[in-house]
Structure formats: C-alpha cells, structure tokens
Design a protein. Structure first.
Length: 579
C-alpha cells in the first residue's frame, strides 16, 4: 500500500472560543492525551469462528488515526504544527515536542460530521468511511480496537479473514483499503513520551516506511521536516510531503485495496530486523520508491494479485459483464495457508475467494505470467514469476520480495500479530495509477506485461477533481469474521479442486457458517428475492421441510419476532452453486 495522503483539515466540535482559536491553524499531531474532549468510539463488533463451535461475537470498535485529530499544546489551544512548520515554543526538539503536544478525543457526532465515519443505517457490525466528510475533511484511516483500549491484534497464520465490502461509489483514483500492519497493540504507549496510545490512534507504520508520520516511538519527526522533490507519473518534478528524517516501517498485508474498477491483495515483507514498528533513518534506510538501488528495509512494491494486471480484464469491475460485479456488495475471503496445514508451519500461500449473489467465485487466473505460472493465489513461485515477467514495473528493486524472506517472513509477522486498518484515500503524487491505471508512467507502453493495472485513464485520479466530483464516494465494511480455514463464510472452504475447478459445495450444514454469510453478499433490500438455484434433491426436501416447520411455528404464534426481523426466511437460501 502506498502512503496515505494526510487529511486536508479536521475540525472538531468544541466550545466556540476553542473553534475560533483553532480554526486559523492546519491540523497537527501529537503524543499526549488531550483533556478537552473525551474519546467515544463507534462500535464495530466482529466474529471469531471455529469449525467446532461456529462463530461468536467479539465486542470492538474503531479509532481514527491521530493524524486526523486536533493537536495542540498541552493546556492551550495553539496547534503544534502550523502549516509545514513545527511550533518552536512547543517543539524545540523531538522529545520535548511529544511531551508538549496533546491529541484530542472525539465523540460519535465528531466521528460522523468531521471524519465521515460511522455505522451503516440498519446494518449491524458495520462501518462506512466517506471520502469527503460533512464537515469538509477528506479521506480517513481507522483501526479496529478491542475492549481494553488497545488495538485488536490478529494472528492469522493457518486462519482466514472474511469481510463484506461495498465499493460501488468509489471511482478511479480512490483507494478503499482494508489491510494488516504490524503495529504495536497499545499504539506504542509508554515508549518515549507517548501517553496517548492506541485509544487515540498512535503508532502507525507500514511497508512504505512512511516519513510523513508526525510522531514515531514517542518523539516528533521534526528533524529536517519539509517538502522534498519527487517525480510525478508524467515525469515532472514536484514537491511532495512534508516528510521528516525518520520513517515508520513494518510488515504489511493488504487484504483489499481497490475501487469499483480494480482491486489487489498484496504481501509486503520486511528485513528480518524489522519486527513490529521500526524507525528507519533517512532515504538510504527508509528507501526510495523511484530507485532500484534504495529499496529500504521493506518491500514497497510487494507481491500482489490484481486480476486486471494478471491478465483477466473481465473478472472485477462494475456491471453484470464481470465475474465480480462491483455495483453490488461482495464478500472477500483471504486464507493464509501453511506448508503443512498446521499453525506452526511456514506460510506458503495466500488464497483469495469471492462470494456474490449466493455463489462462491474462485479467483481469476494469472494468465499474464504464462501457462506454467498461471496460478490463482500468492505463492513464492508466483511472486518470482511476476518479477521475471514484469521486472517489478521499474519499482524499488526486482527480487526484493524473495530477498526479504517472501511469504515465510510475512507469516512470521502474522504469528507475532497484526492490527487491522481501514481507509479511503487519494494519491496526491501518483494519482493511484499503480492500482487502477492504464499505465503508471507517461513513457510506459500499455501493451507491455504488467504495465496496465486497470481501465482508468492516465489522466485520472487528480485529487482536486475527485473532491469536486465525487463527494458522495464512500466504502462500506461489515461482518468481519476470522478463524479456522473454512469456518467464516457460507459454504465453507471449497473442498477440492477437480481439473482446475472447484467442486460444487452444498450449504446444507450449518447455521451461521452457511446461509447467513450468503445474505451479506447482496444488498439488504434485495435479499428476500434472490433466485438461488436448487441443485440437489435433498436440498429441495430440506428447504421444503424448513418452510413447513417455519409456517407451523408462525401459525402457533411462537415466532412473532419474525414479523420485524430484517433477515428473510432461510427457505430462500437452499443449496447454492459456486461459479
């Protein structure tokens, strides 16, 4: 995942006097916990699943990254960062700056108005991130929290993660992302002068080793802070940033990055010494995306699977012509397979499964790599084939993925535990062309292998145009589940491959792990009328029997609550056919 653009402005509801003072400054960031506004986080429960016990709800919430919060001097209202200049009174040096600056909390009204973040109406266990908030702020990034004011830490090796996603309003140039990063569970609280911690969204890191992070390990990133020259896709030198001397590196696993035109899932390993957040120093250690000689401590390009780039341009997109139709919600399953099928084995494959309209959809085939390497998932051999076929598209060093440990390294991070982040953002410099564009650089030839990542034109993705024309864009996430392989989605894990095809899988087995996940693959308004194919005689008999029993219970007025239930009768969801 490329580095997320910083917020354009994040006003918070507060007393009028505070507003008048704060309004003259840009948003800034800090490491102390403010005392003017208590933090009240939106709730977002998830489910933990196992094959034996089914799925059980876990309470949780989300917190917005500290970069979107109002930050000011402790005991006052003056911002610690004014424009691109650190306030010298508060920030004569990095450690003092972190001690003098406080991040304010936000209540539910602030989350909704100022950040555009809140649950979907009438959809439980959900969260919507609006690109442009009602209050005017642009883009956002949040983290999933547990019940102890820490981030929820996932250990997913030999496990799977499932989430329902709606990107129907997300256009070219925007990235709706859900990804794992090896942040510290407490947000680095207690390190240096960080007393705010995970509750207030501190401690960000990713495989880009972003140098625009304002505070790292309890110190301000104020040394050599400023704008730097960078090459745009057209080849022109522009100012980018601001950035500081240091960056925040950690292993990253992008579960989903996409919009309604293109999507990818990508693994980003780091060097062995990077375990958790690692503060890199300068361009040589943090890396430079434009230089093959300076890849940095982490694999910025990563090894990813974008169906369009891999050769199937009719797999993912808006409309009925695509296998996965982004005009409708989809269920996204990511499985982390180990070499020996145990929790202690090395990670050997990252597998993607889709569900939509009651069907299991196997991932597309990487035909762009040639018949011998045309797999449907991420493996070390598939990643090596990408390097050879695409030469990493001129990125930060061909072969870095393997040199930095490949999937084994990513699996070790999954063992240690990773935090779940969700975001929606634009790409100020690169215009998101690396994700969805017909080409990344002006000089590129679209017909060359690996150049085209999606159908979006080379001129698309301009942030000013996006903010003007797509104020209604938002991404919706709901029904996050994690657990044993095959336990988190409707028809269970595809049981076998026969001649390269998945066997048909019955849903006749099991409550929550069967029919309920299918309901989430369509919009709630359409659920009751989905025409699923009945393909099994016994499936028909079971469906008729269930309907008869349901009718009997209703007749006895035993289930009056069904009259107001949002979920339709399970009879609608008898035995489905995977594609």
């Amino acid at each position: 995942m490329r580095s997320l653009s910083m917020p354009d402005g994040c006003p918070l509801p507060m007393p009028l006097a505070v507003i008048l003072v704060a309004a003259v400054f840009d948003a800034a960031r800090a490491q102390q916990a403010g005392k003017l506004q208590a933090e009240v986080q939106p709730e977002m429960p998830i489910q933990h699943c196992s094959k034996k016990a089914g799925c059980k709800k876990e309470q949780g919430g989300i917190t917005v990254d500290e970069s979107w919060r109002w930050i000011h001097g402790v005991g006052g209202y003056t911002n610690c960062l004014q424009g691109t200049t650190w306030e010298p009174t508060f920030c004569p040096d990095p450690a003092t700056c972190a001690r003098n600056c406080a991040a304010e909390g936000a209540d539910l009204a602030a989350y909704a108005k100022n950040y555009g973040i809140g649950p979907m109406k009438d959809v439980p266990d959900s969260m919507e991130l609006k690109y442009v908030a009602p209050g005017g702020a642009v883009a956002s990034r949040v983290y999933l929290t547990g019940t102890d004011e820490n981030y929820k830490v996932f250990k997913l090796k030999n496990r799977e993660l499932t989430v329902d996603i709606d990107v129907s309003t997300v256009p070219c140039g925007l990235n709706a992302a859900l990804y794992l990063i090896e942040m510290q569970g407490n947000g680095g609280k207690g390190i240096g002068n960080n007393t705010a911690g995970a509750k207030l969204g501190t401690g960000y890191c990713d495989a880009q080793c972003p140098r625009g992070v304002k505070f790292i390990n309890g110190e301000a990133n104020s040394v050599r802070w400023g704008m730097v020259p960078a090459k745009s896709p057209s080849g022109k030198t522009k100012k980018d940033g601001p950035v500081g001397q240091y960056g925040a590196c950690c292993t990253e696993m992008d579960i989903f990055e996409g919009n309604r035109e293109a999507a990818a899932f990508t693994a980003h390993p780091c060097q062995a010494k990077v375990q958790g957040l690692y503060r890199c120093n300068g361009t040589e250690e943090c890396g430079d995306k434009g230089s093959k000689l300076l890849p940095g401590l982490c694999d910025k390009e990563g090894c990813g699977f974008n169906s369009w780039r891999m050769g199937d341009q009719k797999f993912f997109g808006k409309g009925a012509d695509f296998k996965v139709d982004t005009s409708k919600p989809m269920t996204v399953v990511t499985q982390f397979i180990t070499k020996d099928g145990t929790d202690t084995g090395d990670l050997s494959e990252i597998r993607r499964i889709w569900l939509q309209d009651g069907k299991i959809i196997k991932n597309s085939k990487a035909t762009a790599l040639g018949e011998d390497d045309a797999g449907r998932s991420l493996t070390d051999s598939e990643c090596k084939a990408q390097d050879e076929a695409f030469d990493a598209s001129g990125g930060a060093g061909s072969g870095v993925f393997g040199k930095y440990g490949g999937l084994k390294s990513v699996g070790e991070a999954l063992d240690r535990g990773m935090v779940l982040s969700m975001s929606i953002w634009h790409d100020t410099l690169g215009r998101m062309l690396w994700l969805d564009g017909e080409k990344l650089h002006l000089k590129d030839k679209i017909a060359d292998p690996g150049v085209s990542a999606g159908p979006c034109s080379f001129e698309s993705g301009d942030p000013a145009e996006l903010k003007k024309k797509h104020k209604d864009a938002s991404v919706k996430f709901w029904n996050i589940k994690y657990g044993d392989i095959g336990s988190t989605f409707a028809a269970g894990e595809p049981k076998a491959k026969v001649a390269g095809k998945f066997e048909e899988v019955s849903d006749a087995g099991s409550g929550d792990a069967t029919v309920h996940a299918l309901r989430r693959s369509r919009s709630w308004a359409e659920r009751a009328t989905l025409p699923y194919k009945v393909t099994s005689y016994f499936g028909v008999v079971a469906a008729v029997g269930a309907c008869a029993l349901l009718a009997h219970l209703v007749a006895r007025r035993s289930w009056r609550w069904l009259q107001s239930a949002r979920d339709p009768s399970p009879c609608t969801y008898a035995h489905v056919v995977p594609s």
